[in-house]
Ligand binder design. Structure first.
Ligand code: AMP
Length: 157
């Protein structure tokens, strides 16, 4: 059993996610351990990050959603009661690394972010994508933060 299989989300949530997947595809959290090799090859740098290791099942995560394009798991250092990261299986570094060919993938990540927020019981939430060290990016594999469960100030720090 892979780490991700061992840390699968609530089965009832998985069923719900499967039936309501934004892309209309079933959710298989265990598939996170077997990402598309072609997708990995397209982003060698990002693939070497800790998120690449999570996608390959080399280290565990607290997964809350998975499909064939992305994985969502709880942030190890949460900044709010709900703090989930949605990451593509394709190893993009950040939005600066994305091109027109990623339109569908980027839209999918945002729809999954909303799905996860609702799944977590949030009525309002913040999505954040840090792009580059100057913006606070510390893991160089594209990820969407989904943050909520407390009042959130604006502007952010
Ligand atoms: P960023 O600063 O936008 O690059 O966000 C990276 C996020 O990844 C931070 O909020 C970290 O707490 C989180 N993080 C780093 N390692 C892990 C991990 N192994 N599992 C879950 N979240 C992580």
């Amino acid at each position: 059993m892979s780490n991700l299989e061992a840390m699968s989300p609530d089965p009832s949530q998985s069923e719900d996610s499967a039936s309501n997947s934004p892309a209309g595809r079933p959710v298989d959290p265990a598939a996170a351990a077997a990402p598309d090799p072609a997708a990995i090859a397209s982003g060698a740098a990002a693939n070497d990050t800790i998120f690449g290791r999570i996608l390959r099942g080399e280290i565990p995560c607290d997964a809350v959603y998975a499909d064939d394009l992305c994985l969502a798991f709880r942030d190890v250092n949460p900044q709010a009661p709900v703090h989930v990261l949605v990451i593509p299986r394709e190893a993009l570094v950040n939005l600066g690394d994305a091109g027109g060919q990623h339109c569908e993938l980027l839209g999918h990540l945002l729809l999954v972010a909303a799905k996860v927020a609702r799944q977590e019981g949030l009525e309002g939430w913040r999505t954040v994508i840090n792009s580059g060290a100057e913006a606070g990016q510390t893991v160089f594999h594209l990820h969407v933060h989904v943050i909520g469960g407390r009042p959130l100030a604006w502007p952010p720090g």
